[in-house]
Design a protein around this ligand. Structure first.
Ligand code: FAD
Length: 290
């Protein structure tokens, strides 16, 4: 007999499937290849974070290296995106540096771009330090900054001064009101301010959002300030919007997560949108009927 928890997990997994390539590296590469066939670039991320033991960290590093080395063979225009806590930051900064340097060495040999994801605010300083340390040695690296954090305006200014490549996101982690904008309106206004600064003063950046009004604003800023930038969206979200942007000659990248550790990522996606919670609720009810 299937228990309530097992049933819930099954429904959740079916629901999360739209956002995740599958369990394996091959699933991720297949998904990246199909993105590429649709005119998109791919950014692959292995799921799993806050690792506190060496075994999952070693596995993560080896898998990123394998992905990087496979892009050419698979004919994919791809990048990877790494979370510091999946490669050792939860053990020590030294451990994280050691592992990132292995990944970056492989990326440099293959000329592959490496993005650093930004995690919760406890890790912002360490992540920026990590980025500076590696960016000074390998230029094909970028860092995510979160518009919901009040400090981001200062971080962005400093990073731009140093020629950094930025991915601007709204921010997926629940943060304290002392350090973060809480209302949707304040976060969106902050995003617009930071995006304007990127278009005016930076080059080679990622506008990572699914929000139609922010995408429209970016399109209009790009006419005034023609810069090298790309739209970045998560796999399975706003599939209606992506072809339209590509038709207008914008670069669009799909962020493609893969792996068995799908729950925290999926919960963040579900919480982002009220409609997803309702859809999940109705899927659960339906599955109980059969
Ligand atoms: C490429 C990429 C990389 C990211 N990297 C990071 C990172 O490193 N650190 C970090 O904190 N956050 C990251 N995020 C997540 C980001 O911070 C937001 O949590 C997420 O993108 C939702 O914000 P939004 O800009 O899409 O706007 P929202 O206001 O959340 O959504 C705008 C519209 O987009 C659609 N939409 C948004 N989310 C969903 C969903 N889950 N399901 C269906 N439709 C949806 C809906 O139509 C919604 O009305 C990343 C996002 C992207 C796209």
């Amino acid at each position: 007999m299937v228990s309530g928890i097992q049933l819930m997990e099954k429904v959740l997994f079916r629901f999360a499937n739209q956002w995740i390539a599958g369990d394996t590296i091959e699933d991720a590469l297949n998904s990246a290849q199909s993105a590429y066939k649709n005119g998109r670039h791919a950014i692959i991320n292995k799921l799993g974070e806050y690792h506190k033991t060496k075994r999952p960290i070693r596995k993560t590093v080896a898998e990123y290296q394998k992905i990087i080395s496979s892009f050419r063979k698979w004919k994919i225009r791809g990048a990877i995106s790494v979370k510091p806590t999946q490669i050792g930051l939860s053990i020590s900064q030294k451990e994280c540096y050691k592992n990132l340097s292995e990944i970056v060495k492989t990326a440099r040999d293959a000329h592959v771009f490496v993005w650093i994801d930004m995690e919760s605010a406890d890790h912002t300083d360490e992540t920026i330090e990590l980025y500076y340390a590696f960016f000074s040695r390998y230029e094909r690296m970028g860092i995510a900054l979160q518009a919901n954090l009040k400090r981001t305006e200062d971080d962005l200014r400093d990073l731009i001064k140093n020629g950094a490549k930025i991915r601007l996101v709204k921010g997926a982690y629940k943060e304290n009101a002392k350090i973060a904008f809480k209302s949707r309106k304040d976060v969106d206004n902050s995003y617009i301010r930071l995006m304007r600064k990127l278009f005016k003063e930076s080059n080679e950046f990622g506008i990572a959002t699914h929000d139609s009004k922010l995408i429209k604003k970016a399109v209009s800023l790009s006419k005034r300030y023609p810069k090298k930038f790309e739209f970045q969206m998560l796999k399975g979200i706003r599939e209606d919007k992506k072809p339209d942007l590509i038709k207008k000659k914008f670069v669009v990248s799909d962020y493609i997560p893969y792996g068995t550790n799908w729950l925290p990522y999926s919960i963040r996606r579900i919480k982002e949108r009220k409609r997803n919670i309702l859809l999940l609720g109705s899927s659960l009810l339906q599955s109980q009927r059969v």
